[in-house]
Design a protein around this ligand. Structure first.
Ligand code: UN1
Length: 480
C-alpha cells in the first residue's frame, strides 16, 4: 500500500528512463512518496514522436476490429482492477477512494465505448451537382497526436483523449500532469497488456518543457490539451503557428442558479456535489451559486449546516467525504482566494480556516462565502478548490445575466421547478453544457463535452464529436 513506485517513460513499447529525480508525494500524507519520476526533455519527446510516426501506417491501416479489440480488452482490465488502480489514483491525486474507483471505472467505460466507435466511423455518399459524378466523404486517421493531460482526472482524461485517437487509427504521445504520472502509467501499461502494438502509444513524463516540445514538434499533427486557461492559450498559439490541429479544455467559473421555486433539499445536495465533491478540483465545479432572494437565506443556512458535517480527511479513509488538495500550491490558492474574497467584503459563512489533521496533508476546509457581488475577483477567477460563493439576485433575468457574465462558459446549472425557466435557461445560457436540476459537474462519456468563450477552443471532446478532432475528412469525386 505504501510502496514507492519507480516510473518510466514509455517509448516504442519499452519502459525507459532510469534516472528518477522527481518525487510525487501523497497529498493525504506528505511523508509518503508515491512515485519516483523521470524528467523527460526534448530528446525523449523526439524519440517518442519518431516511434509514434513509425507505428502510424500499420495502426491506421489495421482492421478497425484490431483497434476495437485492444480498447475493449483494456477497458475490461480497467474495470476488473478498478479497486487497485483507484487506490493508486487516490493516493496520488487525493480524491476519495470512492471517487478514485469511480473514475477508474469511468476510464474503463470510455475505452469500451470507443472500442465500439472504432467500428462505426463512416462518411457520406452524395450526388454531385454535376450529372454523372459521385461524391463521397471519408474520415481518415490524422497521424500523431500529442495529449497533454491534467492531474484532476488522472485516468479518465488520458482515457478520453487517447481512446478516440487510437480508435480512429492515430498514434499518440501523452504527457501526463506533473503530480499524477503513476496513474497515467497504469493506463498506458494496461493498453499494452491488452495488445497495443509498440510505438502506437508513448508517454513522456516531465514538466511543461515536455508539453512545449510536443506543441512545437513538426511531426506532431495535433495537440489535445486540458489544463489552465493561461497555459492553454500558449498551447494554441504554438500549434496554430505551425498549423497543427489543436483542441483545448480549460477553466470554468460555472454558475449554479437556485430559484425561489427550487426544492431546498435538492438544491443543497446539488450545490454540495457540484461545488465540493472531488475537492472542488473540477473545471466543471459550481463555484458561483446565484441564489434568488426568497430562498437565499434558507439555502445558505442549510448548505452551511451540511458543510459543517462533511468529513475532510485522508483519501483512503472510508469515512472521508472530501480529500485533500492535490498539492501545496493548490491548497494555498484556495486559502489565498478566501482572503481575497474577505478583503472584497465577502462573508465567510463556514470554512476558510486552515486545517491541521493527524496526518500531514494539503487539506482545505470546504468554504462558503456569502454577500459577494458578480464583479468581485472571487466570482471571476477560477479557484479550483472546495470554495464557493453566493450572489443574491432578485429575478431570473438578473440571475441569467450574471451567469453569462464571465469570460468562461463551460457548464451552467439551474435548480428550479419551473419548466419555463428551465427551457429558457437551456437556450440562453452561454455555456457548452447546461444542467437542469443537476450539478454542473459530472458528465456522461458518450456525448460531446466542451464549453464556450475562454473555457474551450476547437472541436468538442468525447462521444460522437470526438471523430471531428481525431479524423480528417477527405472528399472524393468520381465520374463514371
Ligand atoms: C466531470 O465533471 O465529470 O478537468 C468531468 C475537468 C473536466 C472534466 C470534468 N475536463 O474537470
Amino acid at each position: 500500500m505504501t510502496d514507492t513506485l519507480e516510473l518510466s517513460h514509455w517509448i516504442d513499447g519499452e519502459k525507459v528512463g532510469a534516472d528518477r529525480p522527481g518525487e510525487g508525494l501523497n497529498p493525504s500524507d506528505t511523508r509518503e512518496v508515491v512515485a519516483r519520476q523521470p524528467q523527460g526533455g526534448s530528446a525523449e519527446v523526439d524519440a517518442a514522436v519518431a516511434a509514434a510516426r513509425a507505428a502510424f501506417p500499420a495502426w491506421s491501416e489495421a482492421s478497425p476490429e484490431v483497434r476495437s479489440d485492444v480498447l475493449d480488452r483494456a477497458g475490461m482490465l480497467l474495470l476488473e482492477r478498478r479497486e487497485a488502480i483507484g487506490t493508486l489514483l487516490s493516493r496520488e491525486e487525493g480524491k476519495t477512494l470512492a471517487e478514485g474507483i469511480g473514475e477508474t471505472a469511468r476510464a474503463g467505460r470510455i475505452l469500451k465505448y470507443f472500442a465500439g466507435e472504432a467500428l462505426r466511423l463512416h462518411g457520406q455518399n452524395l450526388a454531385s451537382v454535376r450529372p454523372g459524378v459521385e461524391v463521397q466523404t471519408y474520415r481518415q486517421a490524422v497521424g500523431v497526436f500529442g495529449l497533454i493531460t491534467p492531474w484532476n482526472f488522472p485516468i479518465a482524461i488520458p482515457a478520453w483523449k487517447a481512446a478516440p485517437a487510437l480508435a480512429f487509427g492515430n498514434t499518440v504521445v501523452i504527457k501526463p500532469a506533473g503530480p499524477t504520472p503513476a496513474t497515467a502509467e497504469a493506463l498506458v501499461a494496461i493498453l499494452h497488456e491488452a495488445g497495443l502494438p509498440k510505438g502506437v502509444l508513448n508517454m513522456v513524463i516531465g514538466r511543461g518543457n515536455v508539453g512545449q516540445a510536443l506543441v512545437d514538434h513538426p511531426d506532431v499533427d495535433g495537440v489535445s490539451f486540458t489544463g489552465s486557461q493561461g497555459v492553454g492559450a500558449g498551447v494554441a498559439a504554438g500549434a496554430v503557428a505551425r498549423q497543427a490541429r489543436v483542441q483545448l479544455e480549460m477553466g470554468g467559473k460555472n454558475p449554479l442558479i437556485v430559484l425561489d421555486d427550487a426544492d431546498l433539499d435538492r438544491a443543497v445536495q446539488i450545490a454540495l456535489d457540484g461545488s465540493y465533491f472531488a475537492t472542488g478540483q473540477r473545471c466543471t465545479a459550481s463555484s458561483r451559486l446565484i441564489v434568488q432572494d426568497g430562498i437565499h437565506d434558507r439555502f445558505v443556512e442549510a448548505l452551511a449546516e451540511r458543510l459543517g458535517t462533511l468529513k475532510v480527511g485522508p483519501a483512503l479513509d472510508p469515512t472521508t467525504q472530501v480529500g485533500p488538495a492535490v498539492s501545496e500550491a493548490q491548497m494555498e490558492t484556495s486559502y489565498r482566494y478566501v482572503d481575497i474574497a474577505r478583503g472584497e467584503g465577502g462573508r465567510i459563512v463556514t470554512g476558510g480556516e486552515r486545517l491541521s489533521l493527524e496526518t500531514p496533508g494539503w487539506y482545505v476546509q470546504p468554504t462558503l462565502i456569502c454577500d459577494t457581488s458578480a464583479d468581485m475577483r472571487i466570482n471571476a477567477e477560477e479557484v479550483f478548490g472546495p470554495v464557493a460563493s453566493t450572489i443574491r439576485v432578485r429575478t431570473y433575468e438578473e440571475a441569467l445575466q450574471i451567469a453569462n457574465g464571465t469570460e468562461f462558459g463551460l457548464s451552467a446549472g439551474i435548480v428550479t421547478s419551473s419548466l419555463k425557466h428551465a427551457r429558457d435557461f437551456q437556450r440562453r445560457a452561454r455555456a457548452g453544457m447546461t444542467m437542469v436540476n443537476l450539478p454542473t459537474a459530472g458528465v456522461d462519456y458518450h456525448v460531446p463535452f466542451g464549453g464556450t468563450k475562454k473555457s474551450s477552443y476547437g472541436a468538442r471532446e468525447q462521444g460522437f464529436a470526438a471523430a471531428d478532432f481525431f479524423t480528417w475528412t477527405k472528399t472524393s469525386y468520381t465520374a463514371s
